[in-house]
Write a protein that binds this ligand. Structure first.
Ligand code: SAM
Length: 190
C-alpha cells in the first residue's frame, strides 16, 4: 500500500486538508508525508499500534504535531464539532461497525467540515462483486478483518453524512476484486 499509485491517490485526496485533522485507522502512517502545508495538527486513532518505530519516524518528519490515541473509530474520544477534516483511507473496509464510526465522524466534524475518503469496496460489476462475496471470508482472515464487498457510498449515506463528491474507478496494479475504489468528500447535513 506504499506503491506509486497508492502514493499518488493519497496525495490527491489529502491536497485539500487543512486546519485540525483527524485520521481514522492511522496504520503505519503512510498518509503522513502526503498532508499539505496548512495542517495545524493531526489527531489519529487506531485500535492497533502497527510498527510504532516507523510511525514515530514518519511523525517526526512532518511539520505539524501528530497526536495518536489507541482507540476504535466507533467511539471517538473528541468533543462535538472539533475537526475541520476527517480522513479515512483503506480503513472503512476493516472497521467492525462502519456506520457507527461514520456517525461519529459527523459528530466530531465542524458544521462546515469535510470527510475525505479513499476506500476500496464493492464493485459495480456484478461478476466482480460475486467474486468479492466468495472471497470475502478468506480476505477477512488474511486481511485482519478487511472486507472486499462493502458498498462504501451506501454506508456513508446511511450514517447521515451527505456525499458532496464521489469518484468511482478501478485501481491500476491491484486485483480487480480489491481495486474497486470510492474516493470523495462528504459533509454533515447542517
Ligand atoms: C488496511 S489498514 C489501512 C491503514 C491506513 N489507513 C492506510 O491508508 O495505510 C486498516 C487500518 O484500520 C485499522 N482499524 C481496524 N479497525 C478499526 C477501528 N474499529 N477503528 C479505527 N481503525 C481501525 C487497522 O488497525 C489498520 O491500521
Amino acid at each position: 500500500m506504499a506503491g506509486e499509485e497508492f502514493r499518488r491517490l493519497r496525495a490527491h485526496l489529502l491536497a485539500s486538508a487543512q486546519g485540525e485533522v483527524l485520521e481514522l485507522g492511522l496504520g503505519t502512517g503512510l498518509n503522513l508525508p502526503h498532508y499539505p502545508e496548512g495542517i495545524m495538527a493531526l489527531h489519529a486513532v487506531d485500535p492497533a499500534t502497527l510498527l510504532p518505530q516507523i510511525v514515530a519516524t514518519r511523525s517526526a518528519r512532518v511539520s505539524f504535531p501528530v497526536y495518536f490515541q489507541q482507540q476504535t473509530a466507533e467511539v471517538l474520544p473528541y468533543p462535538n464539532g472539533r475537526f475541520d477534516y476527517v480522513v479515512s483511507t483503506w480503513t472503512l473496509c476493516t472497521i467492525s461497525d462502519p456506520v457507527r464510526a461514520l456517525r461519529e465522524v459527523g459528530r466530531v466534524l465542524k458544521p462546515e467540515g469535510s470527510f475525505l475518503f479513499l476506500e476500496h469496496g464493492r464493485s459495480d460489476d456484478q461478476k466482480i462483486a460475486t467474486w468479492q462475496d466468495r472471497l470475502n471470508p478468506i480476505q477477512n482472515v488474511i486481511g485482519c478483518g478487511c472486507n472486499l464487498n462493502r458498498q462504501i457510498d451506501r454506508l456513508i449515506i446511511q450514517s447521515g453524512l451527505a456525499i458532496v463528491h464521489l469518484d468511482r474507478f478501478s485501481m491500476q496494479g491491484v486485483p480487480r476484486f480489491a481495486g474497486a475504489m470510492y474516493c470523495g468528500t462528504a459533509s454533515r447535513y447542517n
